[in-house]
Design a protein around this ligand. Structure first.
Ligand SMILES: [Zn+2]
Length: 73
């Protein structure tokens, strides 16, 4: 299972910084999390709960382009 964005976590204001928010569980800034489950700390209760529920913590699935494709004939 995978969601495009993980934004349903509890957020708390970044003290002293207007318009900045942190995950209430792991205190990582929302702009760092960037909607990705992998943006949370591995110990984050929110991340652990979703991983337990079967969601993937991997971010964008980037596979390196094969530059040496051997398809010339
Ligand atoms: Zn978190």
């Amino acid at each position: 299972m995978k969601k495009p964005y993980y934004i349903d976590y509890r957020q708390v204001p970044f003290e002293g910084h207007a318009h900045r928010y942190l995950c209430a569980e792991c205190k990582v800034e929302t702009t760092t999390i960037n909607g990705q489950l992998s943006g949370h700390l591995a110990t984050c209760a929110y991340r652990l709960a979703l991983e337990k529920a079967g969601y993937e913590s991997s971010g964008a699935c980037q596979t390196p382009a094969s530059l040496d494709a051997d398809d010339v004939d």
